[in-house]
Design a protein around this ligand. Structure first.
Ligand SMILES: [Mg+2]
Length: 229
């Protein structure tokens, strides 16, 4: 019997496109702090954990408690906007989740976002049943490009890192996946990270959307045998 294998999903920009909602939530939160949060700030901090984003924007100006409460305010603003505006799966995601299930992959979400966001997105997109595990901001001490989030996911799934395939849309996420010793498929549909930078970060396969993924090519690219496929 082949050992188990896994698909590990980044959330924002990979499962769903929530960039606009995050941008607006950061803008509103920073405005209260008399800081004009720009598109450039957004690009520079995309996909990172809130404490690291606040460090980047404000240096070490805030105490740990303040960082927590500012982050909470931003996330509350984001969840309100998500619940109101609706969130939809990106192209190809639903089919790939189904294919993973058919081919007996264990599946996890591994996100820099707070747990409440991950829960909300799974609920809004009706994807909860696909995932055996979720790993969120609260479960990690170090954000991507550190491999911690993916290594925790693999451990919880009971799958060797070398038999995990990560789906990512960010350079830091690709770096984290490769540092974890995993295969990585990068998608550039939402367009925050150009394909050449994803490739340079070590992605095994870069695709415009996850609708491009076909089983034969997938098997060839990820570099390990998946008997069930
Ligand atoms: Mg992402």
């Amino acid at each position: 019997m082949t050992p188990p294998w896994a698909l590990i999903w980044d959330m924002d920009g990979t499962l769903v496109d929530t960039a606009r909602l995050h941008f607006e939530a950061w803008r509103a939160t920073c405005l209260e702090l008399q800081y004009d949060f720009t598109e450039a700030d957004f690009v520079a901090t995309f996909g990172r954990r809130n404490p690291e984003i606040l460090d980047h924007l404000f240096g070490r100006r805030f105490s740990e408690d303040q960082v927590q409460s500012i982050g909470d305010r931003k996330e509350a603003a984001y969840r309100e906007a998500a619940a109101k505006g609706g969130v939809f799966l990106l192209p190809g995601v639903w089919d790939l989740l189904q294919a993973g299930r058919v081919h007996a992959a264990r599946q996890a979400v591994a996100s820099s976002a707070p747990k409440a966001n991950v829960e909300l997105i799974m609920e809004l997109t009706q994807t909860r049943d696909f995932f055996n595990e979720t790993v969120a901001m609260e479960d990690t001490q170090r954000g991507k490009p550190d491999p911690q989030v993916f290594l925790i996911a693999a451990e919880r799934l009971g799958v060797e890192p070398g038999r995990c395939v990560v789906f990512e849309d960010a350079v830091a996420g690709v770096q984290a996946a490769k540092a974890a010793g995993m295969a990585c498929v990068a998608v550039h549909f939402v367009g925050h990270h150009p394909p050449e930078r994803l490739r340079a970060a070590g992605a095994d396969w870069v695709v415009p959307t996850l609708a491009e993924i076909h089983v034969d090519e997938f098997r060839r690219r990820v570099g390990f045998a998946i008997d069930a496929m």
